[in-house]
Design a protein around this ligand. Structure first.
Ligand code: ZN
Length: 417
């Protein structure tokens, strides 16, 4: 690429701190709901250029469970212009904060006769931002030894950027805490080309023009098609905080209940033959340890929620007549004791998750319109008190397990095929 170096610059968000920007490394807070169809509208540009952009953008949908529907909908989440300066895109759901008449993505230098490789490089890159992926060179573990002065001089010369812009776009590493990141990937479409003159040790990379293996893997992880995904985030009983971890959990198991106390996870999953099995294993929030106990649960009950605090288990199961029954009984990790409490819970609610800490119950149920609703209410082991909080949870992530310890929620969402 002779002459001018064309580098994507990501708009800086208003209202959210720089530190809440994440990366491929996906910006966790900026991810769309899994399975969402994003509407894309061109605000200008000739039809040949538009058609090329569209054909390339769809490549992401082979790996990420997100669809792009190109059209003229005035409520389109992604709005593309070719008339602004530079190439850039809002990060993920950040585009929702942009005025509806303004572009959320721009291709300032794409012309109908631009080389195919340039189309591929820029369109895949900007749509990666639109999915919530940030610049790979800002990876927390990139290990790139930048020559700071050379970098600032270089982008001033080639792109007219001031120091702050270069720091934000290139030099500043993202925070590990707020990023879902994989290993640094020198082949990522989200990486700038790095000339050797910009690094202390001569490290360099060329322009990447295709999705790398890691790009594809990461897209599948953050936007899985058929897997179950575990989310961990703060919840104070009223408000959900930022998702701090997302990970794919076995897609062959059909989850029916999930409980986690910060160190030990226990969950119920249904296997291909319809058996419900309870698993217990360590889980530190990132890594699962070996399964320490498994047991087959009553096959006639259809489990809809499971909670265990190390001594007492409580769970919701659907009996033969279709009633949802809440059971409480001792459980020491290997043997379930005698049921101490049993009661029918509303049969019109379809339970999808249950958590109980001995004083407060929280559970997810699907209402008549298909919405997943989270309820919080006191429960002393025999009587459910008045609901103190309700809120609607994601529609497309079908909840398959729910756990809440009063400050941290973890839950499993399963995509419908
Ligand atoms: Zn970029």
């Amino acid at each position: 690429m002779a002459g001018e170096i064309k580098v994507c610059s990501v708009p800086v968000f208003s209202g959210s701190s720089e530190s809440s920007e994440l990366y491929l490394a996906g910006l966790t807070a900026y991810l769309w709901e899994v399975g969402k169809t994003l509407r894309v509208r061109f605000l200008d540009g000739d039809s040949a250029t538009q058609a090329k952009v569209e054909s390339i953008a769809h490549q992401w949908s082979q790996f990420a469970n997100i669809k792009f529907q190109f059209g003229n909908d005035s409520d389109s989440e992604i709005r593309i212009s070719f008339t602004r300066e530079g190439s850039w895109s809002q990060l993920g759901t950040g585009s929702l904060q942009v005025d509806r008449n303004e572009p959320t993505m721009n291709f300032g230098w794409l012309k109908h006769d631009s080389p195919d490789e340039e189309y591929s490089r820029v369109v895949l890159h900007e749509f990666g931002h639109a999915l919530g992926f940030t610049h790979e060179h800002k990876h927390p573990d990139s290990g790139i030894k930048w020559n700071r002065d050379a970098v600032i001089a270089y982008y001033r010369r080639t792109n007219g950027w001031n120091e702050a812009t270069t720091v934000s776009n290139v030099l500043e590493a993202e925070s590990k805490d707020e990023t879902q990141y994989s290993k640094f990937d020198p082949d990522s479409i989200m990486l700038y080309a790095i000339p050797a003159e910009l690094t202390e040790d001569g490290f360099s990379t060329d322009w990447n023009t295709q999705l790398s293996a890691t790009d594809k893997e990461f897209a599948k992880l953050l936007y899985p098609f058929d897997g179950s995904v575990l989310y961990i985030r703060t919840f104070d009983g009223q408000m959900f905080g930022t998702v701090s971890a997302i990970q794919e959990v076995s897609s062959s198991d059909g989850f029916r209940g999930w409980s986690w106390d910060g160190t030990t996870a226990s969950y119920v999953a249904v296997d291909g033959s319809g058996k419900s099995t309870l698993y217990i294993r360590t889980f530190d929030g990132q890594q699962f340890g070996n399964v320490t106990s498994t047991q087959t649960l009553s096959s006639s009950d259809k489990f809809r929620g499971w909670s265990w605090d190390g001594a007492t288990a409580s769970y919701v199961a659907v009996d033969g007549s279709g009633k949802s029954i809440l059971y409480v009984r001792p459980f020491n990790g290997t043997t379930l004791g005698t049921i101490t409490s049993q009661q029918e819970v509303s049969s019109s609610d379809r339970f999808r998750g249950w958590s109980w800490d001995g004083a407060t119950a929280s559970y997810v149920a699907v209402d008549g319109s298909g919405k997943s609703i989270l309820y919080v209410r006191p429960f002393n082991g025999t009587t459910l008190g008045t609901v103190t909080s309700t809120q609607t949870m994601s529609l497309t992530n079908r909840i398959r397990g729910w756990s809440w310890d009063g400050s941290r929620a973890s839950y499993i969402g399963a995509e419908q095929p």
